[in-house]
Design a protein around this ligand. Sequence first.
Ligand code: NI
Length: 169
Amino acid sequence: MALLPILCYPDPKLHKVAKPVQEVDDRIRTLVADMLETMYDAKGIGLAATQVDVHERVIVIDISEERDQPLVLINPTIVWSSAEKHVNEEGCLSVPGIYDGVERFDAVRVQALDADGKTHTVEAREMLAVCIQHEMDHLMGKVFVEYLSPLKRNRIKTKMRKLQREERD
Ligand code: NI
């Protein structure tokens, strides 16, 4: 297993649209294992392949306290969403230190493949539902700060660029 570098906003590679996985083979299973290791190391609750510069539809999530309930979603599709939406505070490993409110469906039903290539259906509410919607946006090339006002987004861009400059120096 290996830790993968996480792309930081406003890296344009975060806006690439991911392609469906053609076959869940050893290459994809290695990617999933590496993504899980990277997510746990970064203390995140979700990670999309886009964030590690792999543009295929793969997501890993673990919202458990004990960090022992990994959820793998390959080629996820939302097959149902609730009528109700709410604003929740979100953060992102690609936008470190930034948290802001985004409106999401309260509940979603998602169909996806697991790491064995089997189809499974996930009924998600609350934090898990929010997390799935956030990660699925990444696969479409969308970062949560794009829901915020242009003013806020520009402030975040400036802050991130400054942070990245400081890290390089
Ligand atoms: Ni994110």
